[in-house]
Design a binder for this molecule. Structure first.
Ligand SMILES: *Cc1c(COP(=O)(O)O)cnc(C)c1O
Length: 394
């Protein structure tokens, strides 16, 4: 029940990974051009395929780096100081690494993040109000970064609306789609989104620490990468090894280093399954299965002695692929009790149990089973046998 955190290994991912291992064994360095899928073009090839997930053109997406690293690389490329526009707008509920990255980008430009990073607040700690975000889009703001789906509550932001409002005010906007890519359709080109990032290891099932993606709208291809490296060079000339840097005019121009081919290999297989199923069909099942979970919780687990409530928007068009189940004081130990029954969920402070029935491999019966387990755990006070201390990873 945690496909939003680390997706499971598929046979396809295992097969493509083993194929590339075999290529390394038999070809050595020749694999860069001689692999079944030449390693030299692997990152661009995966980007071109993944473009369908976000409604982009093939050259606008590349598989590279990690999500946080890609935020650094995109923001350093797009955050240009023009007149009085020096501020970056983000939100209080985003995953902290995004905020750490934005603060350090501001510091590198000589700004004090306490003044130059504006964080939109949430009224209830769960949900962001899009209208309030727009109100913060002042003429001092240069760039906006927001999550597409919030990692805790699962709220899906209205990306086309926010993009239009940002552009009407001369502001660039990008989204972190770590919790939406592969489970929610996106139409970046139609909406005009400037940039985007997302992980490979969540709904895309590429494996622990798997390679991530970045999207750069083609209107920005001329911009010089803020963090240049030799893999962003115009490909045909990369091995001329000239000291003058000439970036590839595409998302691939933002690559910095040699791609991790073993990590990209498993992504090749896992991505094929998602493209085969189609994001629209995946979203359809995701809405049905999260609606079923919400229905069961509301019917069976609200009120004494259970006291759960749903922190995720009930309107399916406003949520992503996971459900946030809240418990006022025992969320952590209830998670432990579920884990002890072999149900993999996670705890997010202060009171959230995240449940993500991944549409590709979670069944309705499993969702029903989780709710029955929760009922028993509460009735028997099973959670009381666990310690309150949190482990290093939760
Ligand atoms: C999962 C996630 C990340 C992960 O960052 P890494 O750089 O891949 O470790 C970043 N941002 C958000 C919003 C996430 O959900």
């Amino acid at each position: 029940m945690l496909g939003n955190s680390l997706g499971l290994l598929s046979q396809d991912a295992e097969r493509s990974l083993m194929r590339v291992l075999e290529e390394w064994k038999s070809m050595g360095i020749q694999g860069w051009l001689g692999g079944e899928q030449p390693w030299f073009y692997f990152a661009e090839m995966l980007g071109a395929r993944a473009a369908a997930l976000v409604g982009a053109e093939p050259e606008e997406v590349v598989a590279t780096g990690s999500t946080t690293m890609n935020i650094h690389s995109l923001v350093s490329t797009l955050y240009e100081l023009e007149g009085r526009r020096t501020k970056i707008l983000a939100d209080q509920l985003n995953f902290p690494t995004d905020i750490y990255a934005l603060r350090s980008q501001l510091r590198l430009k000589g700004f004090d993040p306490r003044e130059h990073l504006i964080l939109v607040r949430s009224g209830d700690g769960r949900i962001l109000d899009e209208q309030q975000i727009v109100e913060k889009m002042t003429n001092e703001v240069a760039l906006v970064l927001l999550p597409a789906v919030l990692y805790r509550s699962g709220q899906l932001l209205d990306m086309p609306f926010l993009t239009k409002e940002a552009h009407d005010r001369g502001i660039l906007i990008g989204f972190d789609c770590s919790h939406s890519a592969g489970v929610v359709p996106h139409f970046f080109d139609e909406w005009g989104v400037d940039f985007g990032v997302w992980c490979g290891y969540k709904y895309l099932n590429a494996g622990p620490g798997g390679v991530a993606f970045l999207f750069l709208n083609k209107k920005h291809f001329h911009r010089v990468p803020g963090l240049a490296g030799w893999f962003g060079y115009v490909k045909e000339k990369q091995f001329d090894l000239l000291l003058e840097f000439e970036h590839a005019p595409c998302a691939g121009g933002l690559q910095i280093s040699s791609p991790s081919i073993l990590s990209a290999a498993s992504l090749e297989g896992s991505l094929a399954i998602i493209l085969d199923a189609g994001v629209e069909a995946i979203r359809d099942k995701s809405i049905r299965i999260t609606s079923y979970l919400i229905y069961l919780v509301e019917e069976l687990l609200c009120g004494d002695p259970y006291n759960f409530c749903i922190g995720t928007p009930l309107d399916a068009s406003r949520r992503g692929g996971h459900v946030s189940l809240e418990h006022p004081d025992e969320a952590f130990r209830i998670c432990e009790a579920l884990n002890a029954r072999d149900v993999v969920v996670d705890f997010r402070p202060p009171n959230v149990i995240r449940i993500a029935p991944a549409p590709l491999y979670t069944s309705y019966i499993e969702v029903w089973q989780v709710v029955q387990f929760l009922k028993e755990i509460m009735e028997r006070k099973e959670y009381m046998t666990f310690e309150r201390a949190r482990k290093v990873i939760s």
